[in-house]
Design a protein around this ligand. Structure first.
Ligand SMILES: *Cc1c(COP(=O)(O)O)cnc(C)c1O
Length: 374
């Protein structure tokens, strides 16, 4: 039996609808920036940095151009501070979005891939220790899909081997760990992305770094701006990776609603978890409600291509995060000889259902019904 039909496709993510509610505030902020005549590293960036640091509970926030640069610049800062040098190794989950791994390569360091836990699909602390060598300098836990990695054991290993912990928080804005601390405040430094589709999304590219380390923050403020604290005085050979005033002004607006939007995502996920009951579908494991902000609602299914086609025919748009494991990408031929069976299985079976703060109860019910009738 076919489920009751929806007339139009349930979009995977409707960014137009998500942002429509904020349009009036956006226009006022845009006008304020235009009228100020100041477009780079001004009041808007300073205000957003202050607010986002307060939100994360960290001492510092440094706005940058995007999430990839946030991670690269953290590593570059550690190099400038003498903590790491070219060729040093950074542990990273083998099933992450490729940006985490590219950041390590672009900083002149070596990514060492480590398998996720087969149940949570997150970096497995138990698999980490065997990957540590005398060149290992850092661990990069990625809070994939919006769920926090198990940070206590990861931080314990880091302490034992004197490693830095660099969170990739691109998907986990606002997730709270068991100690009450938020994503971005669970290691030595953290990279955030505000790509439009992320839980805190700008209207273009944007990113930030959070840290409690004064020296690191000071270095990062120069590294995002040609290695310069004072105009035309350059301490480092660095890039231009600044957050701009317009995006900062828009992000300050969206930040006010992030807690509410996160709760809407959690309610949507609760609904799926309670109502999807198809033995062919493996649901995500949730360690703690607060520790997950549901950037994605990904499930596993053996015959993914057929499942995705069936959902499409029934007006449910899906996406795959991610179809190709990093060590099978042409960009990483040097890793092609390695085997990561847990990652490979995840990449073969994972598929993401629509989730967002603006999905209606009818849409959620419809998606659950369609999935259950597969
Ligand atoms: C989106 C994302 C990034 C990169 O962020 P950009 O702003 O697109 O550069 C890094 N890591 C993860 C896990 C991401 O999802």
């Amino acid at each position: 039996m076919k489920p009751t039909t929806m007339n139009s496709m349930i979009k995977f993510l409707d960014l137009k609808k998500i942002n429509a509610g904020y349009k009036e505030e956006f226009m006022a902020a845009f006008e304020r920036v235009v009228d100020s005549g100041w477009f780079i590293l001004g009041e808007e960036v300073l205000n957003f940095e202050k607010q986002f640091a307060a939100y994360c509970g960290t001492k510092h926030c440094i706005g940058v151009a995007n999430g990839l640069d946030a991670l690269i610049l953290i590593l570059e800062a550690y190099k400038e501070l003498g903590v790491m040098k070219a060729g040093d190794e950074v542990l990273v989950p083998s099933n992450t979005y490729i940006a985490s791994i590219i950041a390590i390569s672009k900083a002149g360091l070596v990514p060492v891939l480590s398998e996720p836990h087969a149940g949570t699909w997150l970096l497995d602390p138990a698999a980490l220790e065997s990957k540590i060598t005398d060149r290992t300098r850092a661990i990069m836990p990625v809070h994939l899909y919006g769920q926090l990695c198990d940070m206590d054991p990861i931080n314990k290993i880091a302490e034992k081997y004197n490693l830095k912990v660099i969170e990739d928080s691109a998907q986990s804005h606002g997730a709270v760990y068991s100690n009450g601390k938020k994503s971005g405040n669970l290691g030595n430094a953290s990279g955030f992305s505000f790509y439009p589709g992320k839980n805190l999304g700008a209207l273009g590219d944007a990113g930030a770094i959070t840290t409690n380390d004064d020296g690191l923050a000071e270095t990062l403020k120069a590294l995002r701006n040609y290695g310069s604290h004072v105009k035309y005085h350059n301490l480092f050979k660095s890039v231009n990776s600044r957050l701009d005033e317009v995006q900062a002004a828009l992000l300050s607006i969206k930040l006010k609603y992030l807690a509410q939007e996160t709760e809407q995502r959690r309610s949507a996920a609760d609904f799926y978890l309670q109502h999807i009951s198809n033995s062919k579908i493996i649901l995500p494991v949730v360690r703690a409600r607060e520790a997950h902000v549901w950037h994605l609602f990904s499930v596993r299914v053996k015959d993914r291509a057929a499942f995705q086609q069936y959902l499409k025919e029934n007006n449910v748009e899906t996406n795959i995060h991610y179809p190709v494991p990093p060590h099978r990408q042409p960009a990483y031929k040097e890793l092609a000889h390695l085997d990561f069976p847990i990652s490979e299985a995840i990449h073969n079976e994972i598929i993401s259902l629509p989730i967002s703060p603006i999905m209606t109860p009818e849409e959620l019910q419809y998606v659950a019904d369609v999935v259950n009738k597969y």
